[in-house]
Design a protein around this ligand. Sequence first.
Ligand SMILES: CC(=O)SCCNC(=O)CCNC(=O)[C@H](O)C(C)(C)COP(=O)(O)OP(=O)(O)OC[C@H]1O[C@@H](n2cnc3c(N)ncnc32)[C@H](O)[C@@H]1OP(=O)(O)O
Ligand SMILES: O=CC(=O)O
Ligand SMILES: [Mg+2]
Length: 725
Amino acid sequence: MSARITVAGLQIAKPLFDLVRDEIAPGTGISSDHVWQGFADMLRELTPRNRALLTRRDELQARIDAWHLERRGQPHDAAAYKQHLVDIGYLLPEGEDFVIGTENVDAEIARIAGPQLVVPVNNARYALNAANARWGSLFDALYGTDVIPYDGGAEQKGAFNPVRGSKVITYAKAFLDEATPLREGSYIDAIAYTVKAGQLAVTLSSGAHTGLRDPGQFKGYQEKSGAISSLLLAHHGLYFEIHFNTDHPIHELHPTGIRDIFLEAAITTIMDCEDSVAAVDAGDKVNVYRNWLGLMKGELASSFDKGGKTLTRSLNPDRRYRSPEGRDFEIPGRSLMLVRTVGHLMTTDAVLDEAGNEVFEGLLDGLIVSTCALHDLKGTSPLRNSRAGSVYIVKPKQHGPDEVAFTVDLFARIEDVLNLPKNTLKLGVMDEERRTTLNLKECIRAARERLIFINTGFLDRTGDEIHTSMEAGPVLRKGEMKSAAWLRAYENWNVDIGLTCGLAGRAQIGKGMWTMPDRMAAMMASKQTHPEAGASCAWVPSPTAATLHAIHYHRVDVFARQQALRERPQAALDDLLAIPVVTKPAWSAEDIQQELDNNIQGLLGYVVRWIDQGMGASKVPDLDNVGLMEDRATLRIASQHIANWLHHGVISETQVMGALRRMARLVDQQNAGDPQYVNMAPHYISLAFQAAQDMIFHGRRAPNGYTEPTLHRRRRQFKAALRGD
Ligand SMILES: CC(=O)SCCNC(=O)CCNC(=O)[C@H](O)C(C)(C)COP(=O)(O)OP(=O)(O)OC[C@H]1O[C@@H](n2cnc3c(N)ncnc32)[C@H](O)[C@@H]1OP(=O)(O)O
Ligand SMILES: O=CC(=O)O
Ligand SMILES: [Mg+2]
């Protein structure tokens, strides 16, 4: 336990106190003592309210549990169930129609549709990579992934395989033909590009001269030694650059010397302090905050070893071009950054309040990330994040409008402390808890002056679906959940309500994460459904995925789609309330075992790195060896699923323990190459293994099925043991 400094009656862990005094406050015009005094004042009002909101969650859950228990064995009465939800105040009345009035929103959020990257902000190397992922190499994304199949001579072998390279070029040119078609002919036949009288002129191999079908798509160019080195084009509000260079063998595959096509990719990035991060004490929180501070000051840098070389990564500058009319201009070189703080549940010992209790972590996060953002708001760095003068905070795991209103009040208090104009702090609402989905319109209303996104976090949402109806019966298999009526209705409902509340052109309507970072061909085949569903952004796990997913926004005009979708009838509340349980389970013993093994394998593979190595996001191979992005939300699903089947006798405790041991051996094998890894087998007593057991055997009682209380407790124990406490 680190030393504490007392200010304004608060006991602040010294590393955090030092961070605020020495690194965050200087240059903001706000003193560190002022920040802590403001925090102490705000805690007096907000702590009891936060506590009361959590109590309300428990009360509602108890009443839902009781309703199902009283009717065990009877057919489900959907009408009575809905009435019960109304009676207990879980399902609230909807008010008058309205539209949000959020102001000073950057174009990346309001008017550009494109990928949204998420990254654990405590990893500086990844966070920088994400911020810079505004632009991504299409050639690299194609060459390095299964979008170009690894067969027929196109394997990834040697330094460069020209067969694979040709396929990359064919794919890329098809993209150009689609996004910025020529008046005649195809980019395949282009042999020279020039700029003539402010227009892009293209010569074809036939000798014919052509140009763009829509000349307005040509936005600018760069020159090097008197020759054009790149062309800037735009489509659906997204830029891309054709880059010419002769320093790589790929240019020989095409007469014009195209070296690459850079796509505007991660238009926005969520710097995550929540589910992809393991931050359990003041030291961890300081690492998280320091990186966010570095991003807000534009100074973050990270040196690391890659392929035997030391590389230093920092934020990219903006990109400069000459317009067709000869005027120099810049466009953003970095993704617009949002920050996801934690939700309302957890407390942290980074600060103890006047009564000596841990403070609610979400309150501390809100204040500190906003104070860091003062640097960006002041515009002291050339590497500006928000040009509109806003701070974008994503709040996860809120249950219903009262909790959203609480966040809005928190933001108002923070603005007072930091002397910020009202509504500088903007709010992104994760639509990932059932009570928020059902009352989404009222949640939006509660944040109508600050709202900048609603996003279907379907992973947490699935966890909450299982937990809320824990007593209703055994749930569907995880794979079946994806096509369940409630989930389909939820995805449509989110868009429908978002459009009704005027989000189009003002705020993002977002969709969830692609969880298979190595399966890019599959992503290309299926994630276009997100923009087609009217989403102006959707989550991707890596910069490569962002580059590829950007293509979907060239194929779909999201704003036109949103316009069309306004005409459809709103998704049905009754579908949303369809509980995904099976009345007469007919799973074979083999199906059940497979489901259990699959859940346990993912759970253990993730938990072991969380507890032993402090890794909040991992790529964990599943039973078919497909690497899956696992974070706390996927863990919530797996643990709740097992807890549910156990509770309803689909599986037994002995069966679970058997699977835990078997899968622990498999996970140990999968991590054999990691020198830091400590095996769970053959003793099965490690803290990680115990954490997994806690989550399963006590999962039914975990608040809303969240895994963070267990993860934090066990990780703290692990760190204490390392220190020899
Ligand atoms: C339900 C939810 O809340 S989802 C949102 C929360 N989840 C996340 O944020 C997960 C985001 N993704 C990740 O953290 C990672 O991609 C993981 C953990 C899934 C996989 O990480 P790894 O196994 O290290 O990936 P892999 O080895 O394939 O790639 C590493 C490279 O990709 C980069 N990379 C991978 N993911 C990201 C990312 N999200 N942002 C930026 N760069 C990334 C790394 O910087 C690294 O490149 P570098 O060597 O040039 O620095
Ligand atoms: O936060 C995202 C989710 O799916 O949960
Ligand atoms: Mg989530």
